[in-house]
Ligand binder design. Structure first.
Ligand code: 2AM
Length: 485
């Protein structure tokens, strides 16, 4: 038995099992532990089946911890929240100064910072590491976002570099993110961006299906074709696959039988809450969250559809004749332009938090480690990385010269799709809010002057002028009553 092992992993649900097997497969003997011991045996059995991988199971926390070489590093993959605290408590009593615990769950970044401080008092190191890529990624190469004690990162850098997804032109999908809870924060924003991507793809599907009347076979072809160009990504690829799957319980395709209610675990909500906290506009991500909320109101929506139908309003308002090929091409461009806006919002959220916390995060490096392994992996991320390489202080992705050109080239198609959707009564909140974001951001003058005048009118909040510096207040009520037009 290769004891002491190089590293330990506690929490053997599917993600934990797969990550443990991945680490072992890369040549690092690993100790594993789980509260429910049957999962330990299951993991050891899998390790045997999958090529006699060096995975060593333990049923009690003490022998588990002691089996790991010093300084000990243990990755935890348990449910976020109190289970993490309980697992830390169980394991830390057997750990010694200089040992390290890594939380690989989707944890709220402030919990990680609280735990890092508490652990430091015991002389222990702590990392919060975002792990993206689902079960498949965990087993064969995830994108890893470790943040916290740099010294702890260094202990296991060699492991992470091998375990992470490998992208031929840009290396392993891992980097030291930064201090504190930055790894969890970046993973949270990654998930918010993922919400946006999925919503935008769903809207493209809805417009093509509901307005363009494309069949599932045609949708498969369209998405497969898109996956060869600028939209090439994991999510487009799996979307193309979904349209091929026939219903195993009846006629037709399975996607048409799936209930239109989206679940969620919270990271999208946290992203939008953070956007509000940081005063950073993230309308595409927010609209994808709202869409999930509204999707949950299935029964209400079915009733509402009846109310409007009886008043003569059907789901699709206008049965317009559309040129299918043109629509497909327009929707592709609308999707791409909307996606740029969504990523611009996510990146700006990360930058704002980085400045607030002094994390010094490198946005281009984040785009690089998202190029493989994770759910939002896409060829497009290479363009984002290059944009930040050209200018690390880029105020917004939209004003990078290359992205700006792409937006200009696509804006006519984008507007046509949003107009068509609006006129057809098909909601496209992600595409519409992306377009509104673009149209707001690119205007030198907004109607905010009027809002500011209203604020000064009713609340004497004062206003600034475009021509004279200083802060001003006007008796709007009195003057307007005296005014004659
Ligand atoms: P279990 O198999 O004993 O339930 C995902 O649920 C993982 O988190 C599982 O490995 C699960 O262990 C673990 N987990 C959930 N709550 C836990 C707790 N309070 N203490 C330890 N592990 C926990």
């Amino acid at each position: 038995m290769a004891i002491p092992t190089r590293i330990g992993l506690a929490g053997l649900a599917v993600m934990g099992q797969n990550l443990a097997l991945n680490i072992a497969e890369k040549g690092f003997p690993i100790s594993v532990y789980n509260r429910t011991t049957s999962k330990v045996d299951e993991t050891v059995e899998r390790a045997k089946q999958e090529g006699n991988l060096p995975v060593y199971g333990f049923h009690d926390p003490e022998s588990f911890v002691r089996s790991i070489q010093k300084p000990r590093v243990i990755i935890m993959l348990v449910k976020a929240g109190p289970p993490v605290d309980q697992t830390i408590k169980t394991l830390s009593v057997y750990m010694e100064k200089g040992d390290c615990i890594i939380d690989g769950g989707n944890e709220w970044y402030e919990n990680t910072e609280r735990r890092e401080k508490a652990m430091a008092e015991l002389g222990l190191l702590y990392l919060g590491m975002g792990v993206s890529g689902g079960e498949e990624g965990a087993r064969h190469g995830p994108s890893l976002m470790p943040g916290g004690a740099f010294e702890a990162y260094k202990y296991i850098e060699d492991i992470l570099l091998k375990v992470a997804a490998q992208v031929s032109d840009s290396g392993p999908c891992v980097t030291y993110i930064g201090k504190g809870g930055s790894g969890n924060f970046v993973k949270m924003i990654h998930n918010g961006i993922e919400y946006g991507d999925m919503q935008l793809i769903a809207e493209a599907y809805d417009v093509l299906k509901s307005v363009g009347k494309l069949s599932n076979e045609e949708l498969h072809q369209v998405f497969s074709e898109w996956n060869k160009g600028e939209l090439l990504s994991f999510l487009i690829e799996i979307t193309a696959d979904i349209f091929l799957v026939k219903d195993d319980k009846g006629d037709g395709y399975l996607v048409d039988k799936v209930l239109d209610k989206t679940g969620m675990k919270g990271t999208g909500k946290w992203t939008v809450q953070q956007a509000a906290e940081l005063s950073v506009a993230a309308p595409t991500i927010a609209s994808s969250l709202d869409s999930r909320f509204l999707s949950g109101l299935k029964e209400e929506r079915v009733e509402a559809a009846k109310v409007f139908k009886s008043s003569g309003v059907s789901d699709i308002l206008v049965d317009q004749a559309v040129d299918k090929q043109k629509l497909i091409d327009d929707v592709r461009q609308a999707l791409y332009a909307s996606k740029i806006c969504s990523y611009a919002q996510g990146m700006n959220l990360i930058r704002a938090k980085s400045m607030e916390k002094g994390w010094d995060l490198e946005l281009g490096e984040l785009a690089r480690i998202w190029k493989g392994g994770c759910i939002i992996r896409a060829i497009f991320l290479d363009r984002i990385k290059k944009a930040y390489d050209r200018n690390p202080n880029l105020a917004n992705l939209l004003v990078d010269p290359e992205f700006a050109k792409e937006m200009i080239d696509r804006q006519s198609a984008w507007r046509r799709v949003v107009c068509l959707a609006i006129n057809s009564g098909v909601s496209t909140p992600g595409m519409s809010s992306s377009l509104a974001y673009f149209d707001t951001y690119r205007r030198g003058r907004l109607p905010a002057n009027l809002v500011q005048a209203q604020r000064d009118y009713f609340g004497a909040h004062t206003y600034e002028r475009i021509d004279v510096s200083g802060s001003f207040h006007t008796e709007w009520f009195k003057i307007s009553k005296q005014a004659k037009i």
